[in-house]
Write a protein that binds this ligand. Structure first.
Ligand SMILES: Cc1cc2nc3c(=O)[nH]c(=O)nc-3n(C[C@H](O)[C@H](O)[C@H](O)COP(=O)(O)OP(=O)(O)OC[C@H]3O[C@@H](n4cnc5c(N)ncnc54)[C@H](O)[C@@H]3O)c2cc1C
Length: 413
């Protein structure tokens, strides 16, 4: 349990230092430059410093820490994926998540809720059994449960879904959790800074320079910075970075939207996802319903939110929870999801020496924040690809060795 709050609560004077120290001017050169100050960039900087002693590192962020998809997601953390590669990778992340509040001495509000993926058809039930078997094989706590079990845990849900798509059962994943997304980015950022890493907000990378096929630095809106190694961790902006080096990826960008209602009394501990209705919901510690759905139907580099989205989502929510017809939507927002054809990330080295890629996080990358930081830091520090991310290399597409992760998102994308 983080004791920081208690320590300052008992003091007569408030002498807690600034959370983030004043930013210094950019240096001329760094060993490593990380592009993107989201959760992944901060986690990578943290593990480079903490586990590999590499501290001459700059994280360059065009906006503010966690202002990209990290601060826009619906915070679901789980490891009940479908492929062995995915299950092992995300399970490692869950283990890291469990200790983060202590590691950071900052409460990330990690709250284990249990995660139901509802099945409304025979074929969905078959997929749930398949996922449960893969999960159990890897020691993951997942099982198929019947309607009575769901009813007991989520009593306010209309199991008939307005008589239209009755729930037949669900995949239940007890370790499914939520966590405060921005605290994860802040915790990693502060931990990295305390170890000597520099974070430069409002600093945009405009080009990447190479010499003889090797990275030599980045051009920014504050001038040129030399770097021996450059890591791109920019999620929805990945195509803009890879085109600087003429690297081709199959990533496409789709907006993903979410919204919250006004707060209501706690009535639901668990996370509920319906693949057939394309909605998911959890109740925040403040009582708001945090809701999301599928990605927008067309490729678009935009974070605008739409009326279409709330209309579709609330329609489906009312089938599951009829009383929500009386709730007000308080906020709505969007992020840019970097989707790959096999719903698995792209991680590791590239053909350009010294340039590393961490992308393809689509709608599922928050839960991967700790493990991606850790495995990318290992790969960059040792120049040998971490075992857990070997299946996610960019060249799998040219070798036709796709991962096929159908458990990446439980809704229709
Ligand atoms: C609505 C929504 C709901 C989601 N729900 C979930 C969920 O429940 N569970 C889950 O696991 N995942 C979820 N995700 C996905 C998850 O949010 C992302 O995959 C994850 O946050 C990616 O983290 P990141 O650090 O790689 O990217 P980001 O947090 O997007 O950070 C990238 C940063 O790079 C910066 N940047 C871009 N270009 C440049 C440049 N040229 N120079 C400098 N900086 C640059 C951006 O400003 C940004 O801050 C959701 C996403 C959205 C949009």
């Amino acid at each position: 349990m983080p004791l920081r709050l208690m320590k300052y609560a008992w003091k007569k004077s408030e002498d807690e230092p600034r959370f983030f120290p004043e930013e210094k001017p950019l240096k001329k050169a760094y060993d490593v430059v990380i592009i993107g100050g989201g959760g992944h960039g901060m986690a990578c900087a943290y593990y480079l410093a903490k586990e590999h002693g590499i501290t001459n590192v700059a994280v360059l962020e065009q906006g503010y820490i966690g202002g990209g998809n990290t601060g826009r997601n619906t915070t679901i953390v789980r490891s009940n994926y479908l492929t062995s590669e995915g299950v092992k990778f995300y399970d490692e992340s869950l283990k890291l998540f469990e200790d983060l509040s202590d590691d950071f001495d900052l409460n990330i509000f990690y709250s284990t809720r249990g995660h139901f993926t509802l099945a409304h058809t025979d074929s969905a039930m078959r997929t749930m059994r398949w996922r449960a078997e893969v999960n159990k094989h890897h020691g993951i706590d997942s099982e198929v449960v019947d309607v009575d079990t769901i009813k007991k845990e989520v009593p306010y849900m209309d199991m008939s879904c307005n008589g239209q798509h009755p729930v037949m059962g669900a995949l239940y994943h007890a370790p499914g959790s939520v966590a405060r997304h921005d605290a994860v980015a802040w915790g990693y950022a502060r931990g990295a800074q305390m170890r000597g890493v520099e974070i430069h907000q409002k600093t945009r990378v405009t080009d990447i320079k190479t010499k003889g096929g090797k990275v030599v630095g980045v051009e920014t809106d504050k001038g040129f910075v030399e770097a021996k190694k450059v890591i791109s961790m920019v999620a929805g902006s990945t195509p803009r970075i890879t085109e600087m080096l003429d690297i081709k990826t199959p990533i496409e960008i789709f907006p993903l939207q979410a919204c919250v209602t006004e707060p209501v009394k706690p009535f639901m501990d668990t996370i509920v996802v319906s693949g057939s209705l394309h909605v998911y919901v959890s109740q925040s510690s403040r009582g708001e319903l945090v809701m999301g759905a599928s990605v927008d139907p067309a490729e678009l580099h935009s974070t605008r939110s739409t009326l279409d989205f709330v209309e579709g989502l609330t329609d489906q929510m009312m089938d599951l929870f009829p009383f929500t017809s009386r709730l007000k939507i308080m906020r709505q927002w969007a992020g840019m999801s970097d989707i790959t054809p096999d719903f698995a990330p792209i991680m590791g080295k590239t053909d350009v020496e010294g340039f590393y890629l961490d992308a393809g996080w689509g709608t599922w990358g928050f839960k991967a924040t700790p493990v991606s930081g850790k495995t990318m830091a290992h790969t960059v520090a040792t120049d040998s690809t971490h075992e857990l991310i070997k299946p996610f290399s960019l060249d799998r597409y040219s070798k036709f060795e796709l991962v096929g992760e159908k458990g990446a998102a439980s809704v229709g994308h």
